[in-house]
Structures are given as C-alpha cells and as structure tokens.
Design a protein around this ligand. Structure first.
Ligand SMILES: Cc1cc2nc3c(=O)[nH]c(=O)nc-3n(C[C@H](O)[C@H](O)[C@H](O)COP(=O)(O)OP(=O)(O)OC[C@H]3O[C@@H](n4cnc5c(N)ncnc54)[C@H](O)[C@@H]3O)c2cc1C
Length: 382
C-alpha cells in the first residue's frame, strides 16, 4: 500500500475546518449552510459509498410535511406543540428546497397529495373530526386556507378499490430524489466543498484543539486520518456504528416501480395506513413503497436488500387496491434505510469536544433536511 504523497497531504488530505461524515441530503445541506455562514470554511464531506448510500437517493421522493392521519397520531404521541413545530420545520424546509433549485433541476411536480382511508381505517373518524382543527393550524404555517380537503369524489376516477375516503393536500409534491442529490452536490462543490467518496469514517478522537478522524479509504482499505476543527456526523441510521448509545432505530424501506402503464388513472403522492404504504405516479409508472409493518422485526436492519415477504405484500396491495383490473410488470425494486427513534424529532446537537450530529430524519428527510442542517450550522458556528 503506497504512502500518501507530500502533494496529497497538502491538498486532498489537508487539515480541515469541518469534516462531515455522510453525503446524504443532511450532510449536503449542512455543508451548504456552513458555507453560507462562512464561505472561507474548509469543508470536506467523507462518504463511505461511491454515491450516497443510505436513504437520500433511495426514497420515494415525496415532498411532504405530514398527512392528516399522521399529524393526528403525532399530536397524541408527541404533544400538539411538538407536532406543529415539526410540521413548520418541514414546511420551511420545502420552501428552502424550492428557493434554491428550479423545478426542472429536481423534477419538482406540484401534483398534490392524498391520504387514503379504507373501511378498516381505525383513525378515519378522528381524522374527519379533526380536519378543521388541522386546517386552522396549517393555515398559520402555510398561509393556505382549507389545506386538507375531502376528495372522495376522486376515488372512482382514480380506479381505487377498497378505499372509502380520500383527503387531498394541494401543497404536497413529488421530486426526483437522484436529481435532487446531484443538484445539491453540484451546488456545494461550486461553493468549494470537497466531497470524497469511498471513505468510511471508522472512529474519531480528540486531537490538540480539534478532532482526528480515522478513515478506511478506497478499494484497498487504506488507513488515513484527517485533522479537523469540528466533525459533524450526518450518518443517519448508520450513526449507531460510531455512537452506539444514540436513540436510533434503523428501519428499512422497500420500494418497487412498475413499467409504464397505459392511462394510469391516478396522479399524485398518496399515503395509506398511517404512512405504512405510500405510492405515487412517476410519469405513467407506479412507485409503491412500505409494508414494513408486515415484518417489523426483520426490517429493523442496516442491510440494504429486498425481501420476498415485503415485495409480495407490496404486490398484493397493488392488486387489491390500486390496479385491480390492470396487468402490470415490476421493473425495479430496491431498499433504503431510514433512521427512527423513540422520539420523532431529529437529533441536532453537540455531542461534546467539537463533535456534532444531525441525524434521525424519521422518514421525512426531504422536507426536514434543509432546516435541520441550518440549525446544526448555526450551532456549530456557536
Ligand atoms: C424507502 C424510503 C422511502 C422514503 N421516502 C421518503 C419520502 O418520500 N419523502 C421524504 O421526505 N423522506 C423519505 N424517506 C426518508 C429520507 O430519504 C431520509 O429521511 C433522508 O434521506 C435522510 O437523509 P440523511 O442524509 O440523514 O441520511 P442518508 O441518506 O442515509 O445519508 C447518510 C449517509 O452517510 C453515509 N455513511 C454512513 N456511515 C458512514 C461512515 N461511517 N463514514 C462515511 N459515510 C457514512 C451513508 O453511506 C449515507 O450516504 C424515505 C426513506 C426510505 C428508505
């Protein structure tokens, strides 16, 4: 294994102001906000994969800030104030996304979103009773009147079977997750951030005034260390490998996409069963994800695979509810790993000695990441 050259030591591997572990959307947005605060910061992002390899390029691309069923459930478990704070953070995050990228760059599709309810949905009655209350709270955040609207009249045209109610959110949208990460990468590289891939952060320790970060790099697993004034962990579900005590539970999400379907009868982003199922159109293809409640235990994993149990549950959902009379073919299926915890709010904090973390986006990172990143950047700038 060759030693690092004099030139490499003085350029690629030179001491940094800030090292960020993880180049998912949280790591990228964090670099963006840190550079906005101080354009002189020398920042390097270290990513273990050849591209981001967690959730950010493997999600469903819902630009969402909470379906009615989820908000009612969250108000009950986290308390109303915490629920509204989280909604506001997500909504502001989506505004940041819109402000910094053209619709074309990220395939932003203002298609509107829906939550579907079936006759078995135990939460429907409470959701129906609380729609006005939700709309009043949401108006304060979005400025939009009657954001959630009953849309049962669309059930027939959409061709769904077994759903009895539909609630529309006109501000929900779809994006292209891959293009969004590419656009973010281009933006921060243009701001002077160095992104090195195939670099796994193995450990870190305090070093003089800062932190020494130990890396396994490249195909030969070469051991390299960086010195940096501050280290920020944006390693989401994988954070437990570095910080075993963190309240993070990995949750795998599995997704499939069909071949184009002639005259796909619905368009939009859809939620069902308190978010356990989510589907949308991508052009005239169907993207469907979720069903992790069919095999909870095995889906608490960092292994990025698909399984017959979940894929079969997804296909059965298509046949039962979405395309009962249509022949379709699945062309793609994959999985990604989300980070959840006993609490739903993200962990945005100092973990002592110039080390920080911004993790646990609980399955809604597209909206949360820009604001979470802004908060950690302000905290790090102290
Ligand atoms: C199937 C699925 C569907 C989803 N759908 C949506 C959706 O529609 N809308 C939405 O808002 N959210 C959705 N999410 C959640 C969203 O994708 C995440 O909240 C978000 O991507 C989290 O971003 P992150 O940067 O924190 O994590 P990640 O994208 O997981 O990034 C963490 C990065 O850290 C890297 N890393 C880990 N350990 C190390 C190490 N030791 N050294 C160096 N690098 C390391 C990983 O390779 C990874 O690239 C979904 C998630 C999944 C899995």
């Amino acid at each position: 294994m060759s030693a690092i050259s004099f030139w490499e030591k003085d350029s690629f591997f030179a001491p940094q102001d800030i090292i960020i572990a993880g180049s998912g959307i949280v790591g990228l947005w964090s670099a963006f906000h840190l550079k906005l605060i101080n354009p002189q910061y020398k920042i390097t992002i270290l990513e273990r994969g050849i591209i981001p390899t967690g959730a950010s390029t493997r999600n469903a691309g819902f630009a969402c800030f909470g379906s009615p069923g989820e908000l009612v459930a969250d108000a009950a478990t986290m308390g109303e104030d915490a629920m509204w704070q989280l909604v506001e953070m997500r909504y502001k995050g989506l505004q940041q996304l819109r402000k910094n990228f053209t619709d074309y760059a990220i395939d932003y599709d203002a298609c509107g979103g829906y939550e579907c309810f079936s006759a078995d949905s135990t939460d429907w009655k409470e959701v129906a009773e609380k729609l006005d209350w939700l709309n009043t709270g949401l108006q304060k955040i979005t400025g939009e009147e009657n954001l959630f609207k009953l849309a049962d009249d669309k059930l027939h045209a959409f061709g769904f079977k077994g759903f009895t109610h539909l609630v529309q959110n006109k501000l929900e949208a779809g994006i292209h997750s891959g293009k969004t990460v590419q656009a973010l990468l281009q933006k921060i590289q243009g701001m002077g951030v160095q992104v090195l891939t195939n670099m796994t952060v193995l450990s870190y320790e305090n070093h003089h005034q800062g932190v020494r970060v130990n890396i396994s790099a490249g195909i030969d697993g070469r051991q390299i260390s960086f010195t940096t004034n501050q280290l920020l962990l944006c390693t989401n579900a994988f954070t437990k490998q570095l910080l075993p005590e963190t309240d993070i539970i990995p949750n795998r999400g599995q997704v499939l996409v069909t071949a184009p379907i002639e005259q796909l009868p619905f368009k939009g982003t859809f939620h069902f069963d308190q978010g356990y199922y989510y589907f949308r159109n991508v052009g005239n293809r169907l993207l469907l994800g979720g069903a992790r409640n069919k095999d909870f235990e095995n889906e608490h994993t960092l292994e990025m695979q698909t399984t017959p149990v979940i894929q079969a549950a997804l296909e059965s959902f298509i046949q039962q509810h979405l395309l009962p009379d249509t022949t379709y073919a699945v062309t793609d299926s994959w999985s990604g790993i989300m980070a959840m915890g006993r609490e739903k709010s993200p962990l945005i904090q100092s973990i002592g000695n110039n080390v920080f973390c911004c993790v646990r986006m609980s399955g809604m990172g597209i909206a949360l990441a820009p604001e979470a990143a802004q908060k950690i950047a302000v905290l790090m700038n102290g």
